[in-house]
Design a binder for this molecule. Structure first.
Ligand SMILES: Cc1cc2nc3c(=O)[nH]c(=O)nc-3n(C[C@H](O)[C@H](O)[C@H](O)COP(=O)(O)OP(=O)(O)OC[C@H]3O[C@@H](n4cnc5c(N)ncnc54)[C@H](O)[C@@H]3O)c2cc1C
Length: 380
């Protein structure tokens, strides 16, 4: 009997474990290890902020995977020896015949520290949601700044979606004329990964809502005493700062010493294999170069990669055919009023062959269905 171990129960790990259970012979064991007990999609945070739906409604216990025959271990992973595929956790050790690493990313520590200033919050931290909601509900004058603090960061459209949500909430309360909304980004345009047209599309929606966009603004710090964001060449006062920290590699992966020169796990873009035998890496803990930058850190990609890595782990153990990840994927760009645009295409093409389908309600329903169908397939 072989044992396949999946590290991480987020998008990539849950997709991988489910696919493994479907394709591995039943006498082989699938083990998923995560310190958390629950799963929710990233965009559910913004639905909560917008008042569309509480995040709890889109949260599922990882224990639901056990009904499919996946062993779920809730434990902290403290050591990984990729060569021997030996894993150390707070709940003992595991020896894997094949290993899929899907540990995601953590917020860059220097950005987390910046966001400890009064009036500042990590927009991506689910624990910060109640405080963010209260702050947006209470502000009556001044300036809300949504700041992308560095890269790579998760889900490139999300900061702009958040700014539009804040705009809508301020309008509902009748205070928008007295509260400025500004988005800052170190990048030259809103969505470089999706190209110039998609970036203009986002910028025009910000403009329509009187949201100021400050591109090419690299944040160098947050002055807690003065309540300002500082840039290489200036500063901006805020009354409420919603910061998007850059992603950083999880500490246990730094300690495992399996990152490439980029500082990230660098699997083969097609097979998701690392150089160690029968070891795969997927999702936000990886850096997969594209012709213009890198594959976005997004759940849709992590899940697609998780499925391919699972197939290839099964191929290694049973001799079944391999599969390849071809770089096709999409990102949702949600606009106010239950409208969603799609950024979709071949991210591996040179140059990336990615285009934007303008927002409509049908695509909002497609986004809702993506969540509903995946939660049902994984956890029910
Ligand atoms: C506000 C917001 C909106 C988003 N919107 C979208 C969207 O519309 N579309 C989209 O595709 N993506 C979206 N994303 C991005 C998406 O959520 C991530 O890209 C995705 O979760 C990455 O999946 P992953 O499996 O690589 O990592 P994760 O989902 O982060 O999973 C990693 C798992 O590893 C576990 N872990 C890490 N270290 C350890 C350890 N030492 N021990 C035990 N467990 C550990 C964690 O607990 C976690 O459960 C959004 C993100 C945010 C924040």
């Amino acid at each position: 009997m072989a044992q396949v171990v999946v590290l991480g129960g987020g998008f990539g790990g849950v997709a991988a474990a489910t696919e493994l259970r479907t394709h591995l012979p039943s006498d082989h064991e699938v083990v998923l290890i995560d310190r958390r007990d629950d799963f929710a999609m990233g965009f559910a945070k913004l639905w909560d902020l917008a008042g569309l739906r509480p995040i709890s409604a889109g949260t599922r216990s990882l224990r639901g995977l056990e009904r499919k025959g996946i062993r779920v271990v809730q434990a902290n992973i403290t050591g990984i020896d990729a060569t021997s595929r030996h894993i150390v956790t707070s709940d003992g050790g595991f020896d894997a015949d094949a290993l899929i690493v899907a540990l995601g990313s953590r917020p860059a520590p220097k950005h987390r520290q910046m966001l400890e200033a009064p009036g500042a919050h990590d927009l991506y931290d689910v624990a910060a949601l109640p405080a963010i909601r209260t702050a947006v509900a209470e502000i009556t004058t001044g300036r809300v700044v949504v700041s992308i603090l560095g890269g790579p960061f998760k889900c490139p459209p999300a900061p702009y979606e958040a700014a539009l949500i804040v705009d809508g909430l301020l309008r509902e309360r009748g205070v928008r004329n007295d509260v400025e909304v500004v988005v800052t980004s170190p990048q030259p345009m809103t969505l470089p990964v999706a190209g110039v047209d998609a970036s203009r599309y986002v910028a025009s929606h910000l403009d329509d809502h009187d949201i100021e966009l400050r591109a090419e603004h690299r944040v160098t710090g947050v002055d807690a005493d003065r309540g300002t964001v500082t840039f290489a060449d200036g500063e901006l006062a805020f009354d409420l700062l919603l910061g998007v920290p850059a992603d950083a590699l999880p500490e246990v992966l730094v300690a495992a010493d399996i990152a490439g020169e980029s500082g990230w796990l660098e699997p083969d873009p097609s097979s998701l294999r690392l150089v160690q035998e029968r070891v795969f890496a997927v999702g936000d803990c990886t850096r997969i170069p594209t012709a213009t930058a890198q594959l976005p850190h997004a759940g849709v990609f992590a899940a697609a990669q998780g499925r391919i890595a699972a197939h290839n782990a099964v191929a290694d153990l049973t001799g079944s055919p391999e599969e390849t990840f071809d770089g096709h994927g999409y990102c949702f760009l949600e606009l106010p009023g239950e409208q969603v645009a799609f950024v979709e295409g071949d991210f591996y093409a040179d140059p990336p062959d990615v285009s934007l389908t303008p927002a409509d309600h049908q695509q909002f329903l497609r986004k809702q269905a993506y969540e509903r169908d995946h939660l049902a397939a994984w956890f029910d």
